[in-house]
Design a protein around this ligand. Structure first.
Ligand code: GLA
Length: 686
């Protein structure tokens, strides 16, 4: 969690409420959604499965998780949230094949109404946004064969600070008004609830909706505050399990972590809701958005598109309309994926499917490629000679005799649908590709890496050719065979590559994709490419080399970018303050936020590292962190836990012979709140 001093509520695009501001807001009469836990580490132990099957609503709605659109994540209450936008989205559902892919609901969020009810106590649509009223928009949406949803709060006012009317005490009349307009879906929020018991508030609206006689999907949005998974299966069709998502990798992942352990509570007609999708809003890479969409589908989460599709590019549509992945979300069995393994940022998730198969997601939370592996047996499939293995992002069928393994790019997710299949041999064998390391090369110099291609199948991969595509002007030459006439099942081809960077190449990361091309015994051609990176590195200067002045190979932070010579500001580059620990100011150093990991290239030329480490004074006495120095994969120094109350500690490490040094900050064991950690005066002797 970020430092509350700068927390804002309901104004900024990213809204996080720290403990302090939460207390202040509550005192002021508002209720704030809790920010998602931002503690890295393993998910909590899954709660025991409910003893009895959960009671259900008898209406048969939401047999699979609802799919559709909601404007909140893209517009909040800005002026572009209008009738035109909503109609435009409905049009695009048809034009872009989203309706065909299963998206159905077009939903309005907060700010559609005027702040006061009319003389009859009825809600009044904002005439600037909805000049023809809500019914006209609902009719338009219905005319496209789609369904229409609306929003209000189980409180006296909605969540927006402008204070639109809420449903508390008006349940019957509001539910009837919604039904009269043709509403098919209600999101019922939690703000300004006046401390009235949540179960009572949400049940009252359930009964009011039921009394209208119109089938309306009922979305409980109380942010998981009262553990709705324990009582809401016969109250609503879905319930939010967390605070609000924002458009960042860390927020998305923190929410997934909170939602994953709740798997036993989800099922047809009653779903865990980890909040709406951010895909396409611009705060994550396409790789991260694919992970987001994979995770939500594995978790049988509602798939509510949260970006303005009128501005979306082809990548966004490609992700959102991935029918292979959507089929997992919409699988009739309605099981939420469980965590089979989670270690050092490598996650294996498994979802049981109605056809007896399993969806397996291999998620790499880290900033480097990682090999993640499991087996058909471990994911619970019956013993069989072979399995069909469908890659749901590549849309390719292969087979395996049991191994399920991939090198997954940083922040990426590989998703397979695995089925015991007597016809397995009709699919080409799956191969797993990987390299032993990410090459670091100085301009004009060379380095060697090894690639391995392993046949996971039971039939040979014929005419195998392995290529490593060097960046423009570079060379990648195979120093050992890179082809095989036939690679039998279970066997590997390992190739040594000499990689040479041109003199004068600029420092930075370059693409280095590894491709394996082969044919199945039936002649089907398979080409699989693993994205990879080569780093053009510069040696550190001789003498004293400051960490803030060296280029970084990787720089990961719990919040915001890593800063040079300032503390971390949590949002954009350059928004930190002066480095200061225990009253002492420093002009040089790195400002980070736990959990952080910065990799520097020392090129075997430095002997020692020293820094003054501690929590920056700007967070007061709060926060705690542990500082670690790693030389080529070996931890060579640790600070122990330091807190916001401590003075700067000196940390020294011997790094002689190391090609890279990693400066790691852990959360001190208590989550990452307030952990503004400074590597003050961090320098190497080279
Ligand atoms: C709450 C909800 C959000 C959104 C806003 C609208 O924060 O959790 O999803 O509906 O209110 O103000």
């Amino acid at each position: 969690m970020r430092v509350p001093i700068r927390s804002t509520r309901r104004t900024g695009h990213r809204r996080f409420v720290g403990a302090l501001s939460l207390a202040l807001l509550c005192a002021a009469g508002a209720t704030a959604p809790p920010a998602a836990a931002r503690t890295p580490g393993n998910p909590g132990a899954a709660p025991a499965a409910p003893a009895h099957p959960a009671p259900r609503l008898p209406d048969g709605l939401a047999k699979t998780p609802p799919m559709g659109f909601n404007n909140w994540n893209s517009t909040h209450c800005r002026a572009e949230f209008t009738e035109d936008m909503v109609k435009g989205i409905a049009d695009l559902f048809l034009a872009k094949g989203l309706k065909d892919a299963g998206y159905q609901y077009v939903n309005l969020d907060d700010c559609w109404a005027l702040p006061t009810r009319d003389a009859n106590g009825k809600l009044v649509p904002d005439p600037r946004r909805f000049p023809h009223g809500i019914k006209a928009v609902a009719d338009y949406v219905h005319s496209k064969g789609l369904k229409f949803g609306i929003y209000t709060s189980a409180g006296t006012k909605t969540c927006n600070s402008a204070g639109f009317p809420g449903g508390l005490g008006h349940e019957k009349s509001d539910a009837q008004q919604f039904a009269d307009w043709g509403v098919d879906y209600l999101k019922y929020d939690n703000c300004n609830n006046q401390g009235v018991d949540a179960q009572q508030r949400y049940r009252t609206m359930r009964d009011a909706l039921r009394a209208t006689g119109r089938p309306i999907v009922y979305s409980i949005c109380e942010w998981g505050e009262n553990k709705p998974w324990e009582w809401a299966s016969d109250v609503g069709h879905l319930w939010r399990t967390t605070g609000d998502i924002s458009d960042s990798w860390s927020s998305m992942l923190a929410i997934a972590r909170q939602n994953l352990p709740l798997a036993p509570y989800a099922g047809p007609g009653h779903w865990n809701d980890p909040d709406m999708l951010e895909v396409g809003n611009g705060g994550m890479t396409d790789t991260e958005y694919r992970s987001h969409f994979s995770l939500w589908s594995m978790m049988a989460a509602p798939l509510l598109i949260g970006s303005d599709l009128r501005k979306a590019g082809p990548e966004t549509f490609e992700i959102l309309a991935n029918k292979d992945v959507i089929a997992l979300d919409q699988d009739a069995l309605g099981k939420q994926a469980t965590v089979l393994a989670s270690e050092s940022g490598r996650w294996t998730l498994v979802k049981h499917l109605a056809d007896g198969g399993r969806a397996v997601a291999l998620l790499n939370e880290t900033d480097r490629p990682q090999r993640i592996a499991t087996t058909a047996r471990a994911v619970g499939l019956p013993q069989a000679a072979g399995y069909r293995l469908r890659d749901l992002w590549q849309h390719r069928d292969t087979h395996t005799t049991g191994a399920i393994a991939a090198t997954v790019p940083a922040h990426g997710t590989t998703v397979y649908r695995v089925t015991a299949d007597t016809n397995w041999a009709t699919y080409p064998p799956a191969v797993e590709t990987g390299t032993d390391r990410t090459p670091l090369v100085e301009a004009g110099a060379s380095t060697d890496i090894r690639s391995t291609v392993r046949n996971l199948g039971g039939t040979p991969a014929r005419n195998l050719t392995v290529t490593l595509k060097a960046p423009q002007g570079w060379h990648a030459t195979a120093a050992s065979p890179a082809t095989a006439r036939a690679l039998p099942g279970g066997r590997s081809l390992t190739t040594t590559w000499r990689i040479t960077a041109p003199a004068g190449a600029s420092p930075g990361a370059y693409d280095l994709p590894l491709t394996a091309d082969y044919r199945s015994p039936r002649g089907e051609r398979v080409t699989t490419t693993l994205p990879g990176t080569a780093h053009l590195v510069v040696p550190p200067p001789a003498g004293t080399a400051y960490a803030a002045e060296l280029p970084w190979l990787t720089a990961a932070n719990g919040w915001g970018p890593v800063e040079r010579n300032t503390s971390v500001g949590e949002n954009a580059a350059g928004d930190g303050g002066p480095l200061r620990i225990g009253g002492t100011g420093f002009t040089k150093g790195l400002g980070v936020h736990a959990a952080s990991d910065v990799t520097l290239y020392t090129g075997r030329r430095c002997s020692a590292f020293t820094a003054r480490v501690g929590i920056d004074d700007e967070v007061g006495d709060r926060g705690s962190a542990g500082f670690e120095v790693w030389a080529d994969g070996k931890r060579v120094a640790t600070s122990g836990t330091v807190t916001g109350a401590d003075a700067a500690r000196t940390l020294t490490a011997a790094v002689a012979g190391a090609e890279t040094v990693r400066l790691v900050v852990t959360d001190g064991g208590d989550g990452i709140d307030y952990d503004h950690a400074d590597w003050a005066d961090a320098k190497f002797s080279c």
